[in-house]
Design a protein around this ligand. Structure first.
Ligand code: IPT
Length: 1000
């Protein structure tokens, strides 16, 4: 025989052979023996270390079925796990492009192949049972052998495959060998935005079951038309013949509500006034299903989802999804996620007021939805299906070819299969309120048939599939079986337009793309969501950054790798680093921003003088008095001067109340700003969050005030000496020496008491290290030369009168090859003690794009580290991203203000500031104030350094403290995938005017 003969039946390139030797799909459950125990004795887990061998392709496999074959020299690998996390194959991140040629159903012949082996014992006690081998997730396909004999084959990575291995089993030790291939025909339908990993990545176990048993059951709950009385209907499906089955329903206190026996494979409980399930109060009944030799426990949540007048209701209540898209992703464990890891995510979500999860873009582990039942999240369960690589053919990306793959007849079976595996497995989970047929795969008859199957199989839930909006390949889309119209990343104008002209409820299955510094448009979207009953809400893209942990640098920084860092092709760079939390779950400012936008209460000011406010309960099911304690703080000039314990207020869901807070009128008589910050504090412990947790806040401005500009003047009747030549002006005061550069319209040096205030020339600054959300506008900015702007001065005049020096310059900011960006006039006024006031006035060339920022940049000695400011803090804040911050006085230091995005970019600016003070370790300070609120930023990194480095761990600190003082900083938006930055957040005005004073 020639060597390198394929020793596996080629099911992996045959979409008509999806599952060989597999059991039919069923709902997920773990059976128990009759004795009452917490852990089931009917499950034999095979998790642990397995023997493992990696091959470059399936043709070079050894014949492990031959007699006497030994696994002695195999490596050892943990199961569950992803092989790339243990050094096999290589990491590969791609979003849209297929990582192989478009050649369906064929896959690369160099197809990494893994042989896994594990021995397990079948004991005397269990050997008379049927043995069912379960895999909860294997990527991408696998062949199963028990005791050297082929048992079966399966695919669909994120679904359960079950094999009845009874005929292959013997008493005592048994050998299980599993061959896993990296690619199969199914990989064309698993083109999700993720690192492409391989292996047995979820639990593996054997279930011991009696000869006759319940195979599947389907629980449906129905409410009468006033949502008072309920019916729980359960239909059973037995292996071959029915077995006597008794069902007992318990409440949460383990009290029996009712016991019934199953007749004709079905049973119904009628409940009067049951406690309903919803995400805020996830009440679960327990169902005990008893057969002669087996018990199955199942949680039941009673709830109904319906659409009335094009509005989505749960239990008769209009609801809003404040959702996230969540991938199974961890920088160390990859796709393998434990309950502890999920609980960490769910806890952080609950703490952040998130109430809904889309399992993008595949079903999670079967116990994931059980946790969502228990802790209360609405879930859109998505089937393992995405094929947007079909938009990437030669000639450039085009939606016209979107349906190319899914319109191929050979994939029709697979499209249905992938959805059945999702729906049938997870159907008994009350948390699932919507099924999703997948993500971005285009549309076809196969989807329509699948949608009709789902609606017929499960009439109790809604169906969504965003891919149906693309009509391609001559196919006329029938979307009649879809209950909602879902889109992603639509600008608000598009949403308003849809709602004005179309009937179906509207949902954003992805929005507010949370990549890097951003998103900046969360509040705007939620104003639209709250405005329209038919707009049910949305799901942030996405929960966590995906990256690979690669150890730490010598100075202790985590090394996280993204696309391209493993020299893979094709890759999508850092497009996977787009979550609200870092790969290791450190929240980005985005999460705080989202949390406060979706706070449980909103307060509105009715009358400042009498402290009259309106409170609105933003929850759907909970009275505020059962969830929130109110504490208010009066801030005078940004500092807390009074606190008020307001206690609880009785406000039904969605309703409002009016409250009066008696404010000492004396505060109004004083000049500075006055505001009321109302904190919403959790009142009772909840399973994942504790009493005392801050759920959000509102700040209501009672009185606005901007401190007037302190203008440089003569302070102590001491004159300033000046010297001037064609390029420089030297200014000497009693304690200072300044050098002004007439070619830069700015200062080369500022020295006070023989100490340098600036260590490099003071610059006009219009550039910022582009954020991920700037990635499109960045090209325009760069072609307009904003990243290389120069100063050209036409005229400078100097006056020195009454101990005050004034230097006026008329100049332009331009760039090589480019017309004027800005035409400016500035006057620098220098007072007798060295105080400097800048008056800037000018015009922006409106033929060029909006400006990233406009301001000054100072390179201070490093010893300036302490920062105090009156403005929006403590989180980084921008004109469109300041909802987690409030106007107050904050103290920090340069290091702590930095926000460490994995891909370095603009960060840590502070919006709407009235005052900034930087202090040095030796007691010197710089005090900044302006005629109008301004933005500022201090950093150890220059914008050039941030812009030039691909990873945070590569960054080199500046020799200086970099201080940027900005007339304005443009907003952030979410244009990395979402709409362009809204006009109102851009610096696009033609006329610019700015006054600022620096005191030393
Ligand atoms: C879209 C995808 O659905 C999602 O998986 C993710 O890739 C996200 O957006 C971007 O991060 S794809 C997009 C190009 C519309």
């Amino acid at each position: 025989m020639l060597s390198n003969e394929l020793k596996l039946p080629n099911y992996y390139e045959d979409p008509s052979s999806l599952h060989i030797g597999c059991e039919d799909n069923r709902s997920y459950y773990i059976p128990f023996a009759l004795e009452n125990t917490n852990e089931s004795s009917r499950i034999l887990t095979l998790n642990g270390n397995w023997d493992f061998r990696y091959y470059e392709n399936p043709f070079v496999l050894e014949d492990f079925t031959k007699l006497g074959y030994s696994y002695k020299n195999y490596d050892s690998i943990p199961v569950p796990g992803c092989i790339q996390m243990y050094g096999y194959d290589h990491h590969h991140y791609t979003n849209i492009p297929f990582p192989f040629a478009y050649d369906a159903p064929y896959v690369p012949q160099q197809n990494p192949t893994c042989v896994y082996h594990k021995s397990f014992d079948i004991t005397e006690e269990n050997c008379n049972y049927l043995q069912y081998l379960n895999f909860e997730g294997v990527d991408s396909c696998f062949y199963v052998y028990v005791n050297q004999t082929f048992v079966g084959y399966s695919q669909v990575s994120h679904s359960t495959s079950e094999f009845n291995i009874t005929p292959y089993i013997r008493l005592g030790q048994n050998d299980l060998t599993v061959v896993v291939l990296k690619w199969c025909d199914g990989s064309y339908l698993e083109d999700q935005d993720k690192f492409r990993m391989t292996g047995i990545f979820r639990d593996v176990y054997v279930l011991h079951r009696p000869k006759e048993h319940i195979r599947d059951f389907f629980i449906k709950t129905q409410l009468n038309n006033i949502y008072k009385n309920a019916q729980i209907e359960i239909k059973f499906n037995y292996r071959s013949v029915s077995v006597p089955t008794t069902c007992t329903l318990f409440d949460t206190k383990d009290q029996i509500i009712s016991t019934k026996t199953v007749q004709d494979a079905m049973l119904a409980f009628e409940l009067e006034n049951p406690t309903l399930w919803n995400a805020e109060e996830p009440y679960l009944y327990t169902l005990k299903i008893e057969t002669p030799d087996e018990i199955i426990y199942q949680k039941i949540g009673i709830r109904c989802i319906e659409i009335k007048n094009d509005i989505i209701y749960i239990n008769g209540v209009k609801i809003k999804f404040k959702g996230v898209n969540r991938h199974d992703s961890d920088p160390v464990t990859g796709y393998t996620i434990s309950r502890e890891q999920v609980l960490k995510d769910l806890t952080m979500m609950k703490e952040s007021n998130i109430n809904a999860i889309r399992t993008s873009h595949y079903p999670n582990a079967p116990w994931f939805t059980q946790l969502c039942n228990e802790y209360g999240f609405y879930v859109i369960s998505e089937s393992d299906l995405e094929a947007h690589g079909a938009t990437q053919f030669y000639g450039g990306s085009s939606f016209d070819t979107f349906g190319d793959l899914v319109q191929k007849e050979i994939f029709a079976k697979s499209i249905l299969d992938r959805n059945q595996r999702n729906v049938i497995r997870d159907k008994n989970n009350p948390c699932i309120i919507m099924w999703s047929m997948g993500n971005e795969a285009g549309y076809s008859k196969a989807f329509e048939d699948t949608g009709r199957f789902i609606k017929a199989y499960d009439s109790t839930r809604l169906l969504h599939y965003e891919g149906s909006i693309h009509e391609t390949g001559g196919h006329k889309n029938d979307t009649s079986m879809l209950d909602v119209y879902s889109k992603m990343y639509e600008p608000i104008s598009g949403i308003e337009n849809y709602l004005a002209t179309n009937p179906k409820p509207y949902m954003l299955c992805e929005f507010i793309h949370s990549m890097g510094n951003g998103p900046g448009d969360i509040e705007d979207y939620f104003e639209c969501i709250y405005k329209h009953d038919r707009f049910v809400g949305g799901f942030v893209w996405e929960w966590c950054d995906h990256a690979i942990y690669r150890g730490i640098t010598t100075n202790g920084k985590n090394i996280f790798h993204y696309g391209g860092d493993s020299n893979e092709f094709p890759h999508d760079g850092n497009f996977c680093v787009d979550g609200m939390v870092s790969p290791d779950r450190v929240p980005h400012p985005a999460l705080a921003e989202y949390k406060n936008v979706i706070r449980p209460v909103r307060a509105f000011l009715l009358d400042a003088a009498t402290g009259k406010i309106k409170l609105q309960n933003m929850l759907d099911f909970t009275n505020l008095k059962d969830y929130v304690n109110l504490q208010a703080q009066l801030l005078y000039d940004g500092e807390v001067v009074e606190t008020y314990e307001l206690g609880t207020v009785d406000v039904k869901p969605h309703e409002t109340t009016v409250l009066n807070i008696t404010i000492n009128q004396a505060y109004f008589k004083q000049t500075k700003s006055l505001s009321l910050k109302i904190n919403y504090v959790q009142i009772f412990d909840k399973p994942l969050t504790k009493a005392g947790h801050l759920l959000g806040f509102d700040q209501l401005m009672l009185k606005e005030h901007n401190r007037p500009l302190v203008h440089a003047k003569d302070y102590h009747q001491e004159s300033i000496q000046t010297e001037e030549n064609s390029s420089l002006i030297l200014l000497k005061g009693t304690n200072f020496r300044y050098v002004f550069n007439k070619m830069q319209a700015s200062f080369d040096s500022l020295t006070i008491d023989n100490c340098n205030i600036i260590e490099k020339p003071l610059e006009y600054n219009i550039w910022r290290a582009p954020t991920d959300n700037d990635s499109t506008i960045r090209n325009e900015w760069e072609s307009a030369g904003y990243n290389r702007a120069l100063v050209r001065v036409y005229e400078t005049t100097l006056t020195n009168k009454n101990n005050v020096v004034k230097i006026s310059c008329r100049f332009a900011i331009n760039a090589i090859q480019i017309q004027h960006i800005l035409d400016l006039n500035v006057t620098w006024t220098i007072g007798s003690n060295g105080t400097i006031t800048l008056d800037l006035d000018g015009k922006r060339n409106t033929a060029l794009p909006f400006l990233p920022r406009l301001g000054l940049r100072l390179f201070l000695p490093k010893e300036y580290n302490a920062v105090e400011y009156l403005g929006y803090g403590p989180n980084e804040s921008y004109i469109d991203k300041h909802r987690s911050s409030w106007f107050g006085r904050f103290k920090s230091n340069v290091e702590n203000m930095y926000v460490d995005y994995i891909k370095p970019q603009e960060n840590s600016s502070h919006f709407h500031c009235e005052e900034v003070i930087l202090s040095s370790s030796t007691g010197k300070n710089i005090h900044v104030n302006a005629a109008a609120p301004f933005s500022f930023q201090t950093s150890r990194y220059t914008q050039e350094e941030l812009a030039s480095k691909a990873h945070n761990y590569e960054l080199l600190q500046s020799e200086h403290t970099v201080l940027c003082l900005d007339y304005k900083m443009s907003g952030i938006g979410s244009n990395s995938c979402g709409p362009a930055l809204a006009n109102q957040y851009q610096i696009r005005e033609e006329h610019l005017s700015f006054q600022m004073t620096l005191q030393f």
